[in-house]
Design a protein around this ligand. Structure first.
Ligand SMILES: [Zn+2]
Length: 474
């Protein structure tokens, strides 16, 4: 006896899209069979989703909940908590998100993770994990501890190669320390997740534009520019190559970054690329629109040619994942800074990500459902060490399922969403939207009704597989 059968003519499985029954027992998928092969009487509930797309729940590998946000007046605040972001994620068909446990004080990493757990335990509606974030100077004892932490199920390590803005000193990790961290990652079987910009170029451009009085945020692409991405990607990729360290390049924004990843992969290196949905759909021209800050996240929006290169990357494997870099805050906070050095980064987008990308990829560009699913779910599961538990509709996988209704027509409206009081996607066409979300066998969203509980979300320990670490494994 199964708990639930989902039946559709368009079920996205690792073998392709087909007409299937997906049978769920408890938290897991028990069987995937030909449509109609599993009798109705064998399950407590049968959902006939014919005409709808049944796919793995989305995975957003880059979000920031309760994230320290510096404000222009010198004050600081925290972004919205996991309860808010995860609820929005489930409404949008995303069932797993990966945040960060940042070492902001000289503490053992185990303590850093324990403190993060205290904020998340029982407070997240969807499943979650953290990247371990190292900041500033990395003492040898932290490098030593890192190996144990990686082996213990926290295998992804975030590094900044820049302070990002002059007021955020202390984020950047110096290259010698990065070298030691990369060696530890390789020894322990981890993966580096990198925010790469050339700090010298970025800080030089801050000085230049401030001197010239061109401090408005609409000039952001001149500061966080494509040459910086080129130089920093190539430097960090060469270091990784020397130490056989697998890397996931976060929020790739420029054609130079895409090309650097492409070349590293062509040399057989285990390098993966992430871009953000706002980088795929907005350019630096959008900074000039009203409240133009709402399109920004660091590094910066770039040119139409850069945008085209990101899209090309999704077709040739240089870009593997589309994430949000979620920063959930109010419009007031998002637009409070208006200079190149104080504009709030990140974006509210965890809820519309799946629907907006369905429209952009499948409806507008004719991507297959398999490719779309890879870019919003499966690839992240594979790179981040969650597959096939996550990102797959297959026997034994967690029953994390998004049922997307491709007949829904309309436009994104902030008032219909469940996160911030604004959305950078206001008015964006909808040609499909998640109608049902299942988290480990529990229906948590159905036709707009929210049925989740903050105790539902579970921490996911991870292990990056050999195939991902040995070479470009996807
Ligand atoms: Zn981020």
């Amino acid at each position: 006896m199964f708990d639930l059968i989902l039946r559709s003519d368009r079920v996205v499985t690792p073998q392709g899209v087909g007409a299937h029954d997906v049978a769920v027992s408890g938290e897991r998928i028990a069987a995937v069979a030909e449509r109609g092969a599993i009798p109705d009487g064998s399950a407590a509930r049968v959902v006939d989703a014919t005409g709808r797309i049944v796919m793995p729940g989305g995975i957003d590998p880059h979000v920031h909940c309760l994230w320290h946000l510096p404000l222009p007046d010198g004050a600081a605040m925290l972004t919205d908590p996991p309860a808010v972001v995860s609820r929005a994620a489930l409404h949008g068909g995303t069932t797993t998100m990966i945040d960060f446990a940042a070492r902001q004080e000289p503490l053992p990493l185990k303590e850093v993770i324990a403190r993060r757990d205290a904020d998340w335990d029982g407070a997240c509606y969807c499943d979650y994990a953290y990247h371990v974030m190292l900041l500033g100077d990395i003492p040898p004892e932290t490098v030593a501890e890192l190996e144990g932490v990686i082996a213990d199920g926290y295998p992804t390590v975030k590094i900044f190669t820049t302070d990002i803005t002059p007021s955020r000193r202390g984020r950047m990790v110096h290259f010698g320390d990065i070298w030691e961290v990369f060696k530890a990652i390789t020894r322990a079987g981890g993966l580096g997740v990198i925010h790469a910009e050339d700090n010298d170029i970025v800080m030089h451009m801050y000085e230049t534009l401030i001197r010239e009085g061109r401090v408005g945020f609409e000039n952001m692409a001149e500061v966080h520019n494509a040459l910086s991405e080129d130089l920093s990607f190539r430097r960090v990729l060469r270091l990784a190559e020397a130490e056989n360290t697998p890397l996931y390049m976060m929020h790739v924004s420029a054609a130079t970054g895409v090309q650097a990843i492409r070349e590293a992969r062509a040399r057989g290196n285990p390098i993966y690329g992430e871009t953000l949905h706002q980088y795929m759909l907005y350019t630096s021209e959008d900074y000039r629109r009203p409240n133009g800050q709402i399109y920004h996240t660091y590094p910066s929006l770039k040119s139409p040619a850069d945008q085209a290169a990101l899209w090309a990357g999704t077709l040739d494997g240089a870009i593997n994942c589309v994430a949000t870099d979620e920063i959930c805050c109010t419009l007031k906070v998002k637009t409070i800074g208006n200079r190149i050095d104080d504009t709030t980064g990140g974006n509210a987008g965890v809820e519309p990500r799946m629907g907006v990308m369905y429209d952009e990829m499948v409806t507008r560009r004719g991507y297959s459902l398999e490719r779309y699913t890879d870019l919003v779910s499966t690839n992240a599961a594979k790179v981040m060490g969650l597959w096939p538990r996550k990102g797959a509709l297959a026997p034994g996988s967690d029953a994390d399922i998004c049922v997307l209704d491709p007949s829904v027509r309309g436009a994104v409206r902030a008032e219909d969403l469940h996160e911030a009081d604004y959305t950078p996607w206001e008015g964006h066409a909808i040609t499909g939207w998640p109608a049902m979300t299942v988290l480990r066998g529990k229906v948590v969203v159905e036709d707009g009704a929210f049925l989740g509980d903050p105790a539902d979300g579970k921490y996911l320990k991870r292990e990056v597989p050999e195939a991902v670490r040995a070479g470009p494994g996807l």
